[in-house]
Write a protein that binds this ligand. Structure first.
Ligand SMILES: *Cc1c(COP(=O)(O)O)cnc(C)c1O
Length: 401
């Protein structure tokens, strides 16, 4: 078999998504015709940029049940998570120095927590249950008088599991502890409302939802309670002094447009993706000895993570590379040889964790693509399991390693 003329089928939507052409169209004027700095208040260019930013802020706020004043634009979810965690830790020093999170969080939550530990804070890393969900009784037990923040993600980026954020929020509010949720994977895909779910801080990003890379936001509750966040960037004092830096008007407009489109299609798209994902999983299961990671229903519509026994993970991904673009887990972690911290926290052996495929289906994924992808994956796994050498081209690639 020769190198396919087509590019591989893109199934890595948990890593990032293409920008929707409608989003690009909304952004374009703010690169060229309306180049003003939203903070320039002496001329038309500044005013129109500010009007665009204000409108985007209103749109975003409305979709999560917040007020515009409660949103701070950041460079993405990594920065929003850092601002939430370090910013709250710094602002509530006198109340306490204990934080609670989960072992299965994204590194953009875990690393700021580890950083705080070095500064003398204490962090409890709760384990997930075997299905990836947080045990609420465990959470309640972990809360102490000096606990200031609980950070639990809404949707996991590796296994797609959805945490019971409403219930977590209730527990946090009963104990007067702040709740932060990393909603990078959840926004525009599942309903989110900061009031109904008792969320105090919420991180979002554009590029997991057909928006541009390099833009995100942090929601910071302003009332009941008024949440304090210490700035982590000092400068021109933009964003109520919480996050300095010139506001990137095109990216902000793109972020709002992306979330607007996502929310508008949310219900229909969730049904379509769930159907495609189930179709894929049914086909893959016929292989035998393949294990779904995470709760079978409580999950993102477009995410399927499965560990395949009897094959070597690196060889499998390599053999699939020309046909299907997917990864074993987090994109940030896939450059590291160690098994995923999420899968090992679920109790997967390191061998199984390393032979894991994460399928990320998205807006532009078709049923025909899923059929083709399933075919390639099945064939490749069967060949590898049968001890057959991988196809000639892949052999060459393996030799180059
Ligand atoms: C992608 C991702 C991030 C990082 O977001 P960036 O905008 O790329 O910084 C954080 N958390 C989760 C759950 C993610 O999926």
């Amino acid at each position: 078999m020769s190198v396919p003329l087509q590019r591989p089928i893109y199934l890595d939507c948990q890593a990032t998504t293409p920008v929707d052409p409608k989003v690009v169209a909304a952004m374009l004027p703010y690169f060229t015709d309306c180049p003003g700095n939203p903070s320039s208040n002496n001329h038309l260019y500044g005013w129109e940029a500010k009007a665009a930013v204000d409108l985007a802020r209103e749109t975003l706020a409305e979709f999560i049940g917040a007020t515009p004043r409660e949103l701070v634009f950041t460079s993405g979810a990594t920065e929003a998570n850092n601002l939430a965690i370090k910013g709250v830790a710094e602002a509530y020093l006198t109340k306490g120095r204990h934080l609670i999170t989960m072992q299965t969080e994204h590194n953009a939550v875990l690393e700021p927590c580890k950083y705080l530990e070095k500064l003398g804070f204490e962090v409890t890393y709760l384990p997930p249950q075997a299905d990836g969900l947080l045990d609420l009784a465990n959470l309640e037990q972990a809360i102490r008088p000096d606990t200031i923040l609980v950070s639990v993600m809404a949707a996991n980026n590796e296994i797609g599991v959805l945490q019971p954020i409403s219930q977590i929020g209730q527990i946090c509010h009963q104990h007067k502890v702040l709740l932060h949720t990393d909603a990078a994977q959840a926004i525009g895909k599942i309903p989110l409302n900061v009031e109904a779910m008792h969320i105090d801080l919420l991180s979002i990003t554009g590029h997991k939802l057909y928006g541009p890379k390099g833009i995100g936001a942090l929601y910071i509750r302003n009332r009941n309670p008024h949440v304090q966040v210490a700035a982590q960037l000092q400068g021109g004092g933009q964003e109520y002094n919480v996050r300095s830096g010139t506001l990137p008007t095109p990216q902000i407009v793109g972020l709002a447009k992306a979330i607007e489109l996502g929310v508008a299609e949310q219900t229909v798209e969730a049904q379509r993706l769930t159907q495609l994902r189930n179709q894929l999983w049914q086909t893959l299961q016929t292989l035998g000895d393949i294990h779904l990671n995470g709760h079978p229903q409580q999950r993102l519509p477009g995410c399927l993570s499965a560990s395949v026994a009897g094959v070597e993970g690196a060889a499998l991904l390599l053999a699939l590379q020309p046909y299907v673009a997917l990864s074993s887990g987090s994109a940030c972690a896939s450059s590291k040889p160690s098994p995923s911290h999420v899968l090992t926290a679920l109790g997967r052996s390191s061998t199984l964790a390393q032979s894991t495929l994460r399928f990320g289906l998205g807006r532009f994924t078709t049923s025909a693509e899923i059929e083709q992808a399933a075919h390639h994956v099945m064939q490749t796994i069967q060949r590898l399991r049968a001890g057959l050498t991988v196809l000639p081209m892949e052999n060459e690639r393996l030799n180059q390693l």
